[in-house]
Design a protein around this ligand. Structure first.
Ligand SMILES: Cc1ncc(COP(=O)(O)O)c(C=O)c1O
Length: 349
């Protein structure tokens, strides 16, 4: 007798970036965290907490957060489902929608968790390679007719956002659930949220991990019409999101002005980082995320050498990404340190 299902024995599992204590002197540009702290309104919640908030179970439907998010986004509050990060919502969607006879479809390369979860649930998986310019192979995805079709937009690691008209075309064509993962949308010029009004099969995912600087809180949410949410509510943990996270997230999403200021700074720095990397000879595609994807023939070696200098960026073991580095936009001084070191390393090669 083995402990685990055969699928689990075979599974590679997730390999998150090692945890660094806040004061560790490492420039960490490998996980697309926001380099700035969250809203002071959100942090103030921690100062005002009393034990009564912890003695009781939290609101299972996070109604205060849903009201605040509804106001911020202009959607009905009962079109929102809350989770411990987008990751937990992706897990709920997989549990609710797929098995060995109901397929998961997504373009690659993309967020690695899609594959991990599909494997864990024994889903029939259809991976469709992105076109070489990272545009979406729309017809192939539509033809695959997944029970669950996952599109990260903006995508990671490409940083490319799928045009709204293409997502609408997919929403028209697929019969199953269309997940539009907008984890990075705060750094983009557009959003597919309007599709939720028109298509019951569409769910848009959002997170507070990126634009709101709250990756440590683990707070994400989805927006969809109630008939789609009804199946997801059956699957989610009764008390998925804790009482303190609910309160902090509610304050953070209500403070749009603070988020917008930080995002504007990161977008300006993304532009600067892009041109500085290009000046060093790297090929950098325009990005709609809080990161850039830079191409260099010695990408893996540069990654390893940067690490020796306590600068962490991301290199993927993937045939389409071997010559690429994904670099999170840091503070201006972190970006300057990265560029200085990179320039030296490239000259030494
Ligand atoms: C495309 C994409 N979706 C979702 C997530 C996960 O977000 P969360 O921190 O809310 O779980 C990430 C994290 O990097 C991501 O890149």
């Amino acid at each position: 007798m083995t402990y685990f299902r055969p699928i689990i024995i075979k599974a590679a599992g997730q390999h998150p970036s090692p945890y660094l204590l806040p004061a560790t002197p490492i420039i960490k540009l490998n996980s697309n965290e926001n380099p700035y702290p969250p809203s002071p309104q959100a942090l103030n919640i921690l100062r005002l907490l009393d034990g009564e908030w912890l003695r009781r179970y939290p609101d299972p439907y996070s109604q205060a957060f849903c009201q605040a998010a509804a106001t911020a986004l202009g959607v009905p509050a009962d079109w929102i489902i809350v989770s411990n990060g987008c990751d937990a919502l992706l897990n709920i969607l997989m549990q609710a929608c797929v098995d060995s006879t109901r397929s998961v479809v997504y373009p690659t390369p993309t967020y690695g968790l899609y594959q991990t979860l599909a494997n864990i649930y024994g889903a029939h998986t259809v991976e469709i390679t992105y076109n070489s310019d990272y545009s979406l192979p729309l017809d192939q995805i539509a033809a695959a007719q997944g029970a669950l079709t996952l599109i990260a937009s903006p995508n990671s690691p490409s940083g490319k956002q799928v045009p709204l008209a293409e997502l609408q075309q997919l929403a028209e064509t697929v019969q199953g659930v269309l997940v539009i993962d907008e984890a990075y949308v705060d750094f983009a010029e557009d959003s597919a949220l309007s599709l939720v009004n028109a298509y019951e099969r569409v769910i848009v995912l959002r997170t507070l991990s990126k634009g709101y600087g709250l990756a440590g809180l683990r707070f994400g949410f989805g927006i969809a019409q109630p008939p789609l949410l009804s199946g997801l509510f059956k699957v989610k943990d009764s008390y998925g999101v804790d009482a303190i996270a609910n309160r902090i997230a509610t304050a953070a999403i209500a403070d749009q002005a603070y988020k917008n200021d930080r995002v504007a700074q990161i977008k300006a720095d993304r532009q600067q980082l892009t041109s500085d990397l290009q000046r060093l000879g790297l090929d950098v595609a325009p990005s709609q995320g809080n990161f850039v994807l830079a191409t260099h023939t010695n990408a893996e070696r540069l990654h390893d050498d940067l690490r020796k200098h306590d600068i962490w960026v991301r290199h993927f073991d993937h045939p389409q990404l071997n010559d690429k580095l994904r670099i999170t936009v840091g503070t201006p001084s972190q970006n300057a340190q990265l560029l200085k070191t990179l320039s030296r390393l490239i000259k030494e090669q």
